[in-house]
Design a binder for this molecule. Structure first.
Ligand code: FES
Length: 159
């Protein structure tokens, strides 16, 4: 069966459509609804959104938005989506070591998900917490001033 928004997402989508005179403004929140429903944004979902928004939104426009932002998962991610900022401020403060620690502890490489689908580790661009690096976002929460030791403690809380 072809994808459709969950009833909750459909309600939210209809509200968004009534709020924005320029329907292009609905693309970003609609992609979040898709991600909330499916865990990631895929081609089927992007086509669905473009069709639902209608003229003049093309699938390529939705795809362009989704691929521009790292906050949209283009493939399924684990229960804990660990995103380490690798941008300059965090890099200078040691983000490489933080990423390596996460990967070593979980037995995966950057960009991979553990076999049990529990953890995904990714290096991402600036998350807007440049003064608190090295930092990571795990699902919706920020973890700042990370050290390899803090990573070990943090992983114990994500069982
Ligand atoms: S450089 Fe890491 S949050 Fe901005």
């Amino acid at each position: 069966m072809a994808y459709q928004f969950s009833s909750q997402s459909e309600q939210r989508f209809q509200k968004l459509m009534s709020m924005f005179p320029d329907k292009r403004s609905v693309i970003l929140p609609a992609l979040f609804l898709l991600q909330k429903d499916k865990g990631h944004v895929d081609t089927e979902g992007m086509e669905y959104i473009a069709t639902k928004i209608g003229n003049p939104i093309a699938v390529s426009h939705v795809y362009g938005v989704a691929t521009f932002y790292t906050m949209y998962n283009k493939k399924p991610v684990g229960k804990y989506h660990i995103q380490i900022c690798g941008n300059i401020s965090c890099y200078i403060m040691g983000s490489d070591g933080i990423t390596k620690k996460f990967c070593d502890k979980l037995g995966i490489e950057k960009g991979e998900t553990t076999k049990d689908k529990k953890y995904t580790v990714e290096e991402v661009q600036c998350l807007g917490a440049c003064g608190y690096g090295p930092m990571a976002q795990i699902n919706d929460k920020y973890y700042e001033f990370l050290t390899p030791e803090k990573v070990e403690e943090l992983l114990k809380t994500l069982e």
